[in-house]
Design a protein around this ligand. Structure first.
Ligand SMILES: Cc1cc2nc3c(=O)[nH]c(=O)nc-3n(C[C@H](O)[C@H](O)[C@H](O)COP(=O)(O)O)c2cc1C
Length: 190
């Protein structure tokens, strides 16, 4: 998979890329079904929504069609079983623009350990990681997904591909993400 193909998947015909500042954090909270219960000002500003427009809406309101479904499956499998996840995500604004984030999504628990809600903090992702690693990977996953007319089969195909990509490099998903983070720290220091 070349970057040329990947660039086509995330091309400008689907709007322009928006950016937020390195010291900003995009925050949202949801109920157990993923309906938005809180969004901070930075979330609203970059996504071009008012608070009123997002509260009570499913978080998929900002879903970008070029995000592979297997990443969201992994996200929900993780958080609904009480674990956290880090993921690179491209989101779509109200007007069809897009913005990349490095997201941490985690459950919030009550004193008995029951999951009460979910919470996500997102920071500016490392551009080089997005361009060189994530866009090509997601393009491959999307291609696998779209090669099936049936949504369930498409999801199974991209989930299997993700598994085999990770198996090829000998890393679990979390290790893979952590390795990318290490590269970021390395390149920043250089
Ligand atoms: C706390 C939390 C934050 C989320 N953040 C995003 C997000 O920024 N972008 C996104 O597309 N989906 C996000 N999701 C996942 C969505 O709930 C949804 O699974 C995803 O948009 C895919 O939509 P679909 O399941 O309808 O295909 C988040 C979920 C939770 C619980």
């Amino acid at each position: 998979m070349t970057n040329t193909h990947a660039t086509k998947v995330f091309d400008n015909s689907k709007g322009h890329e928006k950016f937020f500042k390195d010291d900003e954090i995009i925050v949202s909270k949801t109920d157990l079904k993923g309906r938005i219960t809180y969004a901070n000002r930075i979330f609203l500003d970059i996504a071009d929504y008012s608070e009123r427009e997002v509260l009570g809406q499913p978080h998929s309101i900002i879903r970008h069609p070029d995000m592979p479904r297997c990443i969201f499956k992994l996200l929900w499998d993780r958080i609904s079983s009480g674990r956290e996840i880090f993921a690179y995500v491209v989101n779509r604004t109200k007007f069809g623009d897009h913005y990349w984030v490095y997201a941490h999504v985690t459950p919030s628990f009550d004193v008995h350990g029951n999951i009460l809600s979910y919470h996500s903090n997102r920071r500016v992702p490392d551009r080089q990681v997005v361009t060189e690693k994530i866009i090509p990977l997601y393009a491959k996953l999307l291609e696998a997904e779209r090669s099936h007319k049936n949504g369930k089969e498409g999801l199974a195909a991209s989930a299997k591909l993700l598994e085999s990509v990770l198996a090829d490099i000998g890393l679990a998903y979390d290790e893979f993400i952590a390795t990318l983070g290490h590269e970021r720290a390395h390149s920043t220091a250089a």
